[in-house]
Design a protein around this ligand. Structure first.
Ligand code: AHR
Length: 503
């Protein structure tokens, strides 16, 4: 059996977890909006046309922020098309995903949905086919009280109170040649600066996310961030990172080792942000918004066969299996380990489109990736502690990959009488169990409250509507504390939530 030792120090803090790290994403794409969160002709929907079953699963998942309306979609979008009386809204061709957009769901419906779903909006402006002028208009529509053209238009549309949206993305993936209005880093940096300037004039409290690279593997990676931030450092608060992983090669150890690549990606972006900060002699640091991340590949071949220009087709409907859930756990753990700089992250996406939640006309169910996300979102609140893991490694294309991915989160709050320490851990070994130990003598009085395990003998096992519970966590872990030392056996290929509480 492999052995790993986790060293943790309660006084060495990485940073407070910003709950927005548990964000997600709804794009006008496939069945994410239509038949996902919104289906007015369904008996499963409420009086707004919102799917009740989906709303329940979203609430349970725990997503404090949802990015909207894209994605690639936003780069050609006219947000006004989705406002006002529904019967007057135009149907448009939507070139990003080759479909027809009916505009029956738009900004105001999204805001209604977020408040019912218990989440907050992260809105993107179109810097593809539009620019600063349009960003000014939509912000005026959303955040001004009234007395101006666009704020009065919102009131005329039935929304007296401003939406007061504070978090905005300055476009989407502007480094990608697939993007409408794709730009060079300099062109984008200039437009982002101009847009940011006008947006902060209208509402000085907005926080702005500048587009970073669409992937670590873009040829422009590094130079892109450097140039963009050199142009818009004063206006930007965050820089975005996007990354999707696949197991097309059917090499599970290599697939699970992608947490190493993700860690390198995050560290590199932090270095570039800090280098620009140093060059410019600035006080302010730029934080990271990992606003698209997930596994994505299962649906790519089937999507090539879709007819163009239909409405809400089954696009990007990846069916996730158990190994995908292990990587999703590892990716969230990796981001938590950088809690001081990664302040926002969005699992892409939320419903039907590369999503933890799937729907049919008769119900909704949880994909495998739902579980690690929900568990980490629920218990991963508080302060991330610095840990060093003494763990065996295996070779992967990025160098050495540890068999153990882990992080510790301390949640001690006298006012609410909370005292919890949670260890999240993935044993990536596909054949052997791992003995984990951790000296917790600094955490006097803590005992094991619960040890939740997600494992399955078949890496390819998936949940479906007819078998929704094939892969799901159970509370059957064996963690114990003796003499202040925590020990647990982590079975092969498994994700663990070890919850300790002060008795
Ligand atoms: O999430 C799916 C797509 O992936 C988004 O529209 C785009 O931003 C990214 O390339």
């Amino acid at each position: 059996m492999k052995k790993s030792v986790l060293h943790v120090d309660r006084y060495m803090k990485v940073g407070e977890v910003d709950e927005r790290i548990y964000g997600s994403f709804i794009e006008h794409l496939g069945r994410a909006v239509y038949e996902g969160i919104y289906q007015p002709d369904s008996p499963l929907s409420d009086e707004n046309g919102f799917r009740r079953d989906v709303m329940g699963l979203v609430r349970e998942l725990g997503v404090p922020v949802v990015r909207y309306p894209g994605g690639n979609f936003v780069s050609g979008y006219h947000w006004e098309d989705g406002t006002g009386p529904k019967e007057l809204r135009p149907q448009r061709i939507e070139p990003a995903w080759n479909v027809i957009e009916t505009n029956q769901f738009g900004l105001n419906e999204f805001m209604d949905w977020t408040s019912l779903a218990g989440t907050a909006p992260m809105m993107a402006v179109n810097l593809g086919t539009r620019g600063p002028e349009d960003a000014k208009n939509i912000l005026e529509y959303c955040n001004l009280k009234g007395g101006s053209y666009y704020s009065d238009l919102r009131i005329a549309h039935g929304y007296q109170k401003p939406h007061d949206i504070k978090l905005w993305c300055l476009g989407n993936e502007m480094d990608g040649p697939w993007q409408m209005g794709h730009k060079t880093a300099y062109e984008y940096g200039r437009i982002a600066a101009e847009t940011g300037r006008v947006m902060k004039m209208i509402d000085p409290d907005v926080e702005l996310v500048a587009c970073g690279s669409s992937s670590l593997y873009m040829d422009t990676f590094g130079d892109w961030e450097d140039t963009v931030l050199s142009e818009c450092y004063d206006q930007a608060d965050y820089i975005s990172l996007h990354q999707y992983y696949d197991n097309c090669a059917d090499d599970t150890p290599g697939f699970l080792a992608n947490t190493v690549a993700m860690d390198q990606f995050i560290s590199s972006v932090i270095s570039i942000c800090d280098a620009v900060k140093a060059k410019k002699r600035k006080k302010k640091s730029i934080h990271l918004s990992f606003d698209e991340w997930n596994v994505w590949y299962h649906s790519k071949e089937q999507d090539k066969k879709l007819e163009p220009w239909c409405k809400a087709p089954h696009q990007l409907e990846d069916i996730y299996n158990f190994e995908d859930a292990l990587l999703v756990a590892g990716m969230l753990i990796t981001m938590l380990r950088h809690a001081d700089r990664v302040r926002i992250a969005c699992l892409a996406q939320l419903v039907n489109v590369i999503a933890p939640i799937m729907t049919s006309d008769t119900g909704a169910w949880k994909q495998t990736i739902y579980y690690p996300f929900a568990l980490i979102s629920k218990y991963g609140r508080g302060t991330v502690l610095h840990t060093v893991a003494d763990t065996p490694v295996y070779e992967c294309r990025y160098g050495d990959a540890p068999y153990l991915d882990s992080v510790c989160v301390l949640n001690e709050n006298e006012a609410s009488e909370t005292a919890e320490l949670t260890i999240f851990a993935v044993n990536k070994d596909l054949k052997e169990s791992m003995e984990l130990s951790c000296d917790l003598r600094q955490f006097e009085g803590y005992q094991v409250k619960e040890h939740i395990v997600l494992t399955h003998p078949d890496l390819k096992a998936a949940n479906t509507q007819s078998a929704p519970d094939l892969v799901k966590p159970s509370a059957g872990g064996n963690a114990k504390i003796e003499g202040g030392i925590l020990s647990a056996i982590l079975c092969d290929k498994s994700f663990h939530v070890i919850r300790l509480a002060k008795s």
